[in-house]
Design a protein around this ligand. Structure first.
Ligand code: NAD
Length: 417
């Protein structure tokens, strides 16, 4: 992973790359590249032994032209102000690409959750939710899960908010457990949109998913579901990885068995495979499809020279640096960008919010059908923009499409003095 590349600078470069193909004045461009506001706070939390630990936490609200700010909360030692700003900007353009009525936000706490007990994590989460309370709400800003957070943390945030506000407002947060107002299909949604994007891209490029070889970097929520659903399409998932390294079998892995083993031991490399690889070796395997599903900057310009995959579908946010993008465009490796490919998570979050507000719940079949419609329509819009504007790659096409939608909403709102 390239440590030097600042994800916020990557986001700004991606917007600049698209703006070349749009008629945007310099002031508007600055607005498209910077958050409207960022909350930075310090949480003081009592530990189980009676001592107090402090944690830095952030929430960035990037752009609300198209609707309430929307985006996850990440728990990770590498969370930083710039990372959160970048992730919140990606959310703006992601929601616009799939045309759901949200702006973009993102939050994070600088913490390694493995170092804390469940009760300590609950107090950390409730402390953050208390700080967030004035800024969030179902019509203001709607957090969701991200790396190292899930239903449990979302339920705590909902409960803290509702207790302090003396109300019931399940739509204040998405990614909840079903009995707390969560949607069917939410856990699988991100991996499902990765599979759908890969399926559409292969079809568009005249390739077969049946029999295609696949490598997946990062075997968490997004990666493991994508792997399973790609296997269901007939693809052969030959390598998967996590922080411990990569499991590799050129004849294809059993994605469900490996997931089960990982949930028992914590590491994919504990699964019995003919070979293990490093993450770098996985990223440069000669496969038909590569799915980076871990963190930002997994592939930099140097590594991109060695990538042998024909198609990359980004499950993670920002897994390619701008240099990597340039190299892969030159080498004609097709990259389906994160802001479309992993948009299933936020799309089903949107469905969850709609169901919460209507207090009327859909079954999983309906959720999956509606999601498929959204992703396929967005893919068609993206490829139409790509062809009609003669753009260099799918990422620039996605940003051109998204920025135009954000600009239209801003222009319709006019300028407030
Ligand atoms: P997760 O915590 O469930 O999984 C992350 C996985 O990546 C873990 O298996 C971890 O071991 C692995 N990992 C971490 N560092 C690694 C490295 N250097 N090399 C290889 N593997 C590594 O997280 P997730 O929810 O699956 O999120 C993964 C990515 O997908 C993130 O970029 C996240 O922002 C993005 N994403 C997730 C969702 C969602 O709904 N979960 C939605 C949109 C985008």
């Amino acid at each position: 992973m390239s440590e030097e590349v600042n994800p916020f600078e990557s986001l700004q470069e991606q917007v600049d790359d698209a703006a070349v193909h749009l008629d945007v004045d310099p002031g508007t461009l600055e607005r498209l590249k910077n958050p409207e506001r960022v909350l930075e706070t310090t949480l003081s939390v009592e530990m189980d032994d009676g001592s107090t630990d402090v944690f830095r936490a952030y929430r960035s609200q990037f752009n609300g032209a198209r609707g309430p700010y929307k985006g996850g909360i990440r728990y990770h030692p590498q969370v930083s102000r710039d990372e959160v700003k970048a992730l919140s900007g990606w959310m703006v353009y992601k929601c616009a690409v799939v045309d759901i009525p949200y702006g973009g936000g993102k939050g994070g706490i600088v913490i390694d959750p493995d170092d804390y007990s469940e009760s300590e994590l609950e107090r950390v989460t409730r402390s953050f939710a208390t700080e967030l309370r004035p800024f969030i709400g179902e019509d203001k800003d709607i957090p969701a899960p991200d790396v190292n957070t899930g239903r449990r943390e979302m339920n705590w945030i909902k409960d803290t908010y509702e207790t302090l506000e003396n109300t019931t407002e399940p739509g204040v947060i998405t990614g909840k457990a079903p009995d707390s107002g969560g949607s069917a299909g939410r856990v699988e949604a991100t991996g499902r949109s990765v599979m759908l994007s890969a399926r559409e891209a292969f079809d568009y490029l005249g390739k077969q998913t049946d029999g295609a070889t696949v490598a997946v970097q990062g075997y968490g929520n997004a990666g493991s579901v994508a792997a399973k659903l790609l296997e269901d399409l007939g693809a052969s998932v030959v390598a998967v990885s996590d922080s411990s390294g990569a499991a590799y079998d050129p004849d294809g892995l059993d994605t469900r068995a490996i997931k089960e083993r990982k949930s028992e031991t914590g590491d994919v490399t504990d699964y019995d495979t003919p070979e293990t690889l490093t993450n770098e070796e996985l990223l440069t395997l000669d496969v038909d499809l590569l799915v980076p599903a871990a963190l930002e900057n997994a592939i930099d310009g140097d590594l991109a020279e060695d990538v042998q995959a024909d198609v990359i579908v980004e499950a993670a946010n920002g897994p390619l640096t701008p240099d990597a993008d340039d190299v892969l465009t030159d080498r004609n490796v097709r990259v389906l960008p994160d802001i479309l490919a992993n948009a299933g998570g936020v799309t089903v979050s949107y469905f969850e919010w709609v169901q919460n507000r209507q207090r009327f719940y859909w079954d999983e079949e309906r959720v999956n059908e509606e999601l498929e419609t959204v992703i396929v329509d967005a893919f068609d819009d993206l490829t139409e923009t790509f062809e009609n504007r003669d753009l260099p790659n799918f990422r620039t096409a996605a940003y051109v499409l998204a920025i135009e939608r954000v600009l239209t909403a801003s222009e319709q709102g006019g300028t407030w003095p």
